[in-house]
Design a protein around this ligand. Sequence first.
Ligand code: PLP
Length: 386
Amino acid sequence: MKAEYQKIESALIHGGIYGDATTGAVNVPIFQTSTYEQRGLGENTGWEYSRTGNPTRAALEALIAELEGGKSGFAFASGMAAITAVLSLFKTGQKIVISSNVYGGTFRVLDKIFKPMGLGYAIVDTTDLSLLEASITPDVAAILVESPANPLLTVTDLAAVSKIARAHGILSIVDNTFMTPYLQRPIALGADIVIHSATKYLGGHSDLVAGLVVVDDAALAERLGFIQNATGGVLGPFDSFLLIRGIKTLGVRMDRHVENAEKAAAFLKAHPAVKRVYYPGLPDAQGYEVNRRQAKNGGAMISFELYGQYDIRRFFRSLRLIALAESLGGVESLVCHPASMTHASIPKEIRDKVGITEGLIRLSIGIEHIGDLLHDLDQAIQQSEA
Ligand SMILES: Cc1ncc(COP(=O)(O)O)c(C=O)c1O
């Protein structure tokens, strides 16, 4: 049931393992099974046990590998399980360089789980390539970056990071959650490993928690496959099905997310109450040119700060359409307060240093009518004036 196509919009729908060849079903069945009957000792159908492999999960893994332009994909029970599996590639005595705005949970797992076991980390402003280059000591085994990074939407030059990693014989890892392969493909820019919290845009409907990893190298794929099976944080068949279903509409959703975000960023930028807007699609944004080179557009995440006379607690309480909630990337618009929510696990002194201030507001722009979104933002800003 392999269709012929050229473009990612079609790959989103027909990619990986499409449908079910035995019945002609256009959707991959949900193989809700933990095990598979064997014909005799050592004679299995290619499937043995669902931690090791499940056909619904395998279809998702093939799909994300194709979309990211890698050879192998791996599906996990959450983005953090995916990140934990990737970090399990490394050993005591080694160190990972992470970008300073990395997701709080990534910092937390490194700081609280891996560091006590001897895998160190160094926090570096990866937007400054000379700082990055200088941070590569002999014990550094990998560079892990997000671009745009959470929550200040800072852009890191992914091709340059991969080049530096390659020159030092270390791995480059990109968390591509904010962009998705529809907007940015890190493997084509030289990355070794791509990670997703598929909970966000890939799932797209705020109805599942999932993580994905893609690699292009066979040896790396074998090691990750071993870790996935050995540690067992796999995605179940039903959530794998939901994710395949979500990915089919990624293209049309992202187009609308971005169209709305560009309008919302322009609206906030022109608003007299708004002190600062962070959006990589604005020409005066940090890394605008780099982002234009490596991504299709600026994505759909926006952060902003109101002037001091506006009370942000009242702003959050006054919103009538946009929900105050953790997470991002769903069809519905969400707002969050990074300092007390997504980035609370980062110590305040580090937060202050990197610009995650108490007044910072982060928006995940959904696909509602832009008029309703702008109206909600405007009325909540008006209500919050002290
Ligand atoms: C950029 C990024 N990476 C990883 C994660 C962790 O993913 P999950 O919540 O699916 O475990 C998140 C979650 O917010 C994220 O925003």
